[in-house]
Design a binder for this molecule. Structure first.
Ligand SMILES: [Zn+2]
Length: 279
């Protein structure tokens, strides 16, 4: 897999970090992740510095959307803010040449049942896809905590099917820690094959376009989002198995930890031949 790391703004710092760590995939944020509204959006000069720094380098980048996004919220204000925040991120992502914006779809909390929440999220996601600018894609990321939607492979596949957006608009970003925490056991050598089979069984293997290649601090099924350095958590060699699997080996991924911790994870992946050639 083409694995990189997570780098916080300023965006101008990203090219230097990538060069130093010898990777060409990254994740960043394009706003203060804890607030709705245009807070902490990178200034034009900072955006220009990223574009300039990555010129001719064919790096792959993704922005992580606001952590407040809830397309299934019973409150219209939250649903609409979720849409406008993602649209604003997509616009900046287009300007600086990122591949897409990843996001968690939302929560069933406040609804009489999961079905009602999924229906609402599907409708809102459809509206978002209608309005999105050309260029960067939306990456639907799997979740693992509480009443979060999109925790299982069948749920993710259903969302994709129901929204009906084309692959060049909406793809899946798989967080290995979240999936393991949500109860899909990714430990052990056969993890890559089991994962590919599960997506293929739902007919959406080709919709998997990127990874958050995190190990997990807690046991499978703990439903808590606690990332670990690849090779140092409860997934262990399963991370290698996923990264090296033929269905995923050409895809980009990022380790969502500090640069120091990600460096250790990259070392582990490299040692086990799970990094793309030359990286
Ligand atoms: Zn996470």
């Amino acid at each position: 897999m083409r694995v990189g790391l997570s780098v916080d703004p300023p965006l101008a710092a990203i090219p230097g970090v990538l060069a130093l760590e010898g990777v060409d995939a990254f994740q960043t944020v394009l706003r203060d992740p804890g607030r709705f509204g245009n807070y902490g959006v990178p200034e034009p000069a900072d955006r220009a510095a990223l574009v300039e720094g990555l010129r001719g380098k064919s790096a792959w980048g993704v922005a992580h959307g606001s952590l407040l996004i809830n397309l299934a919220s019973p409150e219209g204000r939250i649903r609409n803010s979720s849409v406008s925040s993602l649209l604003a991120d997509l616009k900046v992502a287009a300007e600086v040449g990122l591949a897409g914006v990843c996001f968690h779809v939302g929560y069933s909390k406040g609804h009489p049942n999961v079905e009602a929440a999924v229906t609402l999220a599907t409708r809102k996601l459809g509206e978002l896809v209608e309005k999105m600018p050309d260029g960067p894609r939306l990456f639907l990321e799997n979740s693992c905590e509480g009443s979060e939607l999109g925790q299982t492979v069948p749920e993710l596949a259903r969302l994709l099917r129901d929204v009906g957006a084309p692959p060049e608009r909406l793809g899946l970003l798989v967080d290995t820690c979240h999936l393991h925490a949500a109860g899909f056991d990714l430990s052990g050598e056969g993890a890559g094959e089991r994962l590919a089979d599960a997506f293929a069984a739902e007919g959406v293997l080709d919709r998997v376009v990127a990874f958050h290649l995190n190990d997990c601090q807690l046991p499978c099924g703990a439903h808590r989002d606690r990332h670990a350095v690849p090779g140092e958590g409860t997934i262990g060699m399963g991370v290698v198995s996923v990264a090296a699997h033929r269905a995923f080996a050409e895809l980009p991924g990022v380790i969502e930890l500090s640069v120091e911790d990600a460096r250790r994870g990259l070392g582990f992946l490299r040692e086990h031949g799970a990094l793309d050639k030359g990286r």
